[in-house]
Design a protein around this ligand. Sequence first.
Ligand code: COA
Ligand code: AMP
Length: 629
Amino acid sequence: MAYLDEYTKSIETPELFWAEKAQALDWFKQPQTILSKDENGIDRWFADGEMNTCHMALDYHVQAGRGDQVALYYDSPVTDTKKSYTYAELLEQVAQFAGVLKAQGVEKGDRVVIYMPMIPEAAIAMLATARLGAIHSVVFGGFAPNELAVRIDDAEPKVIVSASCGIEIQKVIPYKPMLDQAIELSAHKPEKCVIFQRPQVAAEMTTGRDLDWNEAMAEAAPAGCTPVAGTDPLYILYTSGTTGKPKGVVRDNGGHAVALRYSMKAIYDMDPGDVFWAASDVGWVVGHSYIVYAPLLSGLSTVFYEGKPVKTPDAGAFWRVCAEYGVKALFSAPTAFRAIRKEDPNSECLKAYDLSKLKYIFMAGERLDPPTYHWVKDTLGLPVVDHWWQTETGWAICGNLMGVEPKEPKPGSATLPSPGFDVQILDGKGNPVAANEQGNVAIKLPLPPSCLPTVWGDFERFRTGYLNIFEGYYVTGDGGYKDDDGYVFIMGRTDDVINVAGHRLSTGEMEEIVAKHPAVAECAVIGINDTLKGQQPVGLVLLKDGAEMDEAELEAELIAMVRKDIGAVACFKKAIVVQRLPKTRSGKILRKLLRQIADGEEYSIPSTIDDPGSLPEIADIMSSHGIKA
Ligand code: COA
Ligand code: AMP
């Protein structure tokens, strides 16, 4: 009943519900206007509230007597480093770095791009930006210079913060040359770059533009918090859409703080002083919400981990960290647990660690397949909670609310809608479908706090991409169904977005790159099932008439092109030459059909197909390349 009460209140009286949740935070001026419309007609939360997210996350806790509690544990098996920061120490560092940014002219509303590995300085830079009322945009370290350049041009940062290198298991990856190259490629040039020099690589500095982190910190005067309105932006986080241009998801300050603070107890059952670990990267939304903001807004201790689930040094890495810091809840992507299971199927590594403090495992980022669910549940004997969300929402749209009323889980389902999310399954015309019938997963407006109010600099893209499809709804881009008990099952994207190792990527963007190869006439990139990473991209390529090229050579060139333009994270490792691509009579490539063939699923041949004979031929070529067909 507790869940039903909570959920019903949130849908029937949203303003009352969220006004009450907002009281958990230390506002400079409590909001009186809870829900209102902005100039674009979009629902906005807490417009007249005055606040600062960094104050709520740090200063408030120090003032309330939490200064000596650990705020952040940094654990880096790749550099053999462990370090912790109390709330008071983290506040000191953040205020100091805010002073560095302020000295470079960063003010409320300015953008700061952060391109950093998983070191505490990344969180310090994020919080310092928020402290000044400025807007950060963190770019994941696995993206190539070209991707970084696209984001620099879109966000137009005054300052970029980076580090000399990242470390991938044993590979040292110099970041600074990539940053320099990105700035060369971008039309917009930042005024300054602040570089954190790591001992593994010394970055070459550009005189007049680049500042050394430590030197700048030594000279700066600490900066206080700049008050912002609840609706002022806190950050922009770029995510893959269906085209080559990523979407700058905008997150506001007020709604974000309220929803995240609420979720930390309602969904994750965490109380102040508990230790929470989201094993992700600050470059992704999970890292923003659950490595940095939600744990700190809630007075928890967060774990900042620079390593992998396996090979740093072994498949016991997650268990070691949980035991060492007394982690109460661990959150990661299913792919991380599949990697552990692959290396240590009998969980031998687990035996060395005392996990008595660990109470919950949370998973998101991609569909939690039932075999992985069962393996983790059986291995740890703990509740395994699948929850579904997106960069656009910043927190879970559906989940099993451990802090409200745990429900009986159903493997394959993300359980029930979170309070505030009126989740509906709609057919192609926007009408609700019956239970157990698949359709488009949509959220009835208004969206709850924290969800995006626009795409940075492109409101039309927000309207056409999400809101105009079915009137009165936000369309998630995911397909799925609800069962008779209202449990939501998310089955996959309805667009050309794929999920590789929990990383969201655009096949459309990969197609644009592959199509640039001089020998390629046409191509389709599809995401096919992968037992480790969930999905893997595969390119199906049609050569230009007369183009004669060795297939292996072409594949190597295409792999290199995608790696150069998007980055290693794209995991584009397979390209196959085909003679024909199945298309509709109007010339649209039938990508869904190709995916179904590759995954060995049943499919029906659409009546609009131009050349049905191409299908068996494609199936044969795929199976000759080791793809199930
Ligand atoms: N900086 C630079 N390069 C990076 C990077 C970073 N921050 N993160 C990943 N890469 C590189 C990797 O080194 C790898 O390069 P390679 O092709 O030269 O080997 C490539 O990008 C692909 O990385 P990844 O998909 O992570 O594969 P992996 O084989 O290194 O690791 C897993 C596989 C499953 C262990 C890993 O993906 C993982 O831990 N996933 C957890 C999921 C997660 O964090 N999801 C985020 C949302 S919750
Ligand atoms: P991102 O914006 O990178 O968080 O990716 C969001 C997308 O990942 C969603 O639209 C889904 O397609 C997928 N996703 C995230 N979590 C889940 C989940 N628990 N179950 C199924 N798909 C998920």
